[in-house]
Design a protein around this ligand. Structure first.
Ligand SMILES: Nc1ncnc2c1ncn2[C@@H]1O[C@H](COP(=O)(O)OP(=O)(O)OP(=O)(O)O)[C@@H](O)[C@H]1O
Ligand SMILES: [Mg+2]
Length: 146
């Protein structure tokens, strides 16, 4: 399967979070990582709306999908905030958010780039390895591990 890229902009409003989920599930339908991708984008889009200037009147966020045969990179580009995401770990005593913890648990890697004017929070899902390996190889897939 050849590599492809897809992106779409959404209004920075709560209903757009559901639209962003649909965007991801429609393009990744049939991929073993589709449910993880949906949850990740849901959390990242919700954060863009809730914690950044994307959520202000007229604000937007963008969802990017870069797919290759064995990996999918997902990014949510927001309109920035004074402070970047705080990543809590389950061991933290503080009452932290759950969203980025979920992203960290599902993604093979994730990260943040950008600054207070525009940040991209991204996650990488490896398709047939790592945390997202199917229990048995999918028919017709290249799921055998070297
Ligand atoms: N894109 C972002 N830009 C700036 N800050 C962010 C961004 N995403 C998250 N944050 C900050 O990181 C914190 C942790 O995010 P996280 O999604 O884990 O929790 P939450 O959004 O507060 O709660 P929950 O996701 O459980 O509803 C947020 O409270 C917010 O302060
Ligand atoms: Mg959140």
């Amino acid at each position: 399967m050849s590599a492809w890229r897809m992106s779409r902009s959404f209004l920075g409003t709560p209903p757009s979070v559901r639209e962003a989920r649909r965007f991801v599930t429609s393009f990744l339908a049939g991929w073993p990582i589709v449910e993880s991708a949906e949850l990740i984008v849901s959390e990242l889009a919700a954060n863009a709306v809730r914690h950044t200037a994307s959520g202000r009147f007229g604000g937007q966020f963008q969802v990017l999908i870069h797919a290759q045969h064995d990996r999918v990179w997902l990014g949510v580009v927001d309109a920035g905030a004074a402070h970047g995401p705080s990543i809590f770990s389950p061991e933290d005593d503080e009452e932290g958010g759950r969203g980025l913890m979920i992203v960290g648990a599902l993604a093979d890697t994730y990260g943040i780039r950008g600054d207070e004017r525009c940040r991209t929070v991204w996650a990488l899902l490896l398709v047939n390895a790592g945390k997202n390996a199917p229990a048995t190889p999918l028919p017709g897939s290249e799921a055998t591990r070297a």
